[in-house]
Design a protein around this ligand. Sequence first.
Ligand code: ARG
Length: 585
Amino acid sequence: MNVLDHLRALFADALRPLTERPEDYALHVRPAQDPKFGDYQANCAMPLRKELGGNPREIAQKIIDNLPDQSIFESIEIAGPGFINLCLTSDALVGELGTLLGSDSLLPATSGPAPTMVIDYSSPNVAKPMHVGHLRSTIIGDALARIHRALGWNVISDNHLGDWGTQFGMLIHGWRHYRDDAKAKENPLAELARLYRHVNELGENDPVVARAARDETVKLHEGDEENLALWKEFMPWCLEDLHRIYDRLDIRFDHELGESFYQPMLAETAKSLEEKQMATPSDGALCVFFPDPSGKTDDDDNVIQRFAPMIVRKADGAFTYATTDLASIRYRVEEFQPDVIVYVVDDRQSLHFQQLFEVAEKWGYTDVQFEHVAFGKITGKDGKPYKTRQGGTVGLEMLLDEGITRAKASVDEISPDLSEEERQQVAEVVGIGAIKYADLSQNRISDYIFDWDKMISLNGNTATYLQYVYARNRSIFRRGEIDPATFFATLPEIVLDHPSERALALILLQFPESLQQAAGDFKPNMLTTYLFDLANAYNGFFRDCPVLKAPSESLRASRLALCELTARTIRTGLDLLGIKTVERM
Ligand code: ARG
């Protein structure tokens, strides 16, 4: 159990004689915002007054009197209107740190059956090169999958590829009419990308081309053999291209069940919605309508529709994105029995997901929790969508290359002692890490400004800073010729006499809390903020407390233990964000 959970359990016991909802009020126990208020604060008395009446300071005193075990507290003080400030004893901290140092995991063992989560992320439309717009879902989704796994969830990741869309009609049309055989032979994917751009451009000015491309899509969807054969020929090229990028980003999926996978299930999905009278025919199409919940009507007594309807089948017979998502819900529930299905998709699709979840629930999926983890867009410094200087979309492959090139320049400067080859390896880790971290450290809801200089900076809340702190930490062990594996085989006595040692100890113990917060709100930035605070506390400790030159052997061992725990925590934390560390830089 982590410290916070332990404190909350203690307070729940203390609150039990006072209220019916002790666990709820115990949630008001939180880490103190400022060390002058102690280590943790229990702010349960003020909200409890609403239920009990009376003076919150007196309520606070009653809670304290009820605490079953006070041995872990150095001090318990009532402050202001009724805050309870808690300071833990060094013994309590030392005990926890010792347990941590002696175990191979930084995370508390989980109890009870693991809940199952299906997480749908990245999910690009294939056959078009991946661009900067695909970055956020891919990176945030991967971090959330890793964090939940670390907390004991059974996580099933699924890349819901857009592999059945209108882009294939364009490719088929292009392939038939504008293919360059030599190029197609040499690099089929590059040729597809060229044809896609070409047909797209032609179609913008020429309705005949646009129509022809659309017709090819319709034929494909109707099962036309030649078009299907071309689709089957194109798909492996498209997937190979995607996987090259995923490999560079160190991202893997358990499943890649794209839209095409669900095609055979769509007619049945529509039929079921119609039978349950959830979908109704309208102008040849089949739609689900969303009446205003208040039942309001317009002048002609029509029930006001709250949203545009969800189209399940278009008038031309084609099924839609929404139908596919409904079919995928049915499939996922039957196949994986998830407790939660999470969609990491940008906020422009909020309405789609709102409708989707509403329909899914009515359709009978009431035991599953649905979550749309939405995020804003990536902008340039001008606040407009991030574009190349020429105004085009920024290709993902090029973006990764540029990150590594920029990181290399900076690594050349910080690490002149490393060989050229080592510096190149470090630059890969730093460049990719910087791109991921810059995204993850934002509150995902907001748009975020893409800024190379900030993201690779050694100063500030960046992956580069954390990677550097980690490598410096490892160098202490190298200089002292200490192998952590053998050194900590016998656990040293940890001493927390200096305030900087104590501050570091406290934050080291809060790692699981930060993961729970990040997971609970689907916000990886809770973890980045934690890691940044940890690195700063560690720097304070390192500034104030000599390690290799500590005044005694025992203090040296104790401080090395704090270094080791810091290193493990940074390495694990970054790993859960999908970011690597290097031993030297
Ligand atoms: N392919 C879609 C797009 O690029 C995103 C899919 C998200 N996942 C889902 N199940 N709808 O907009």
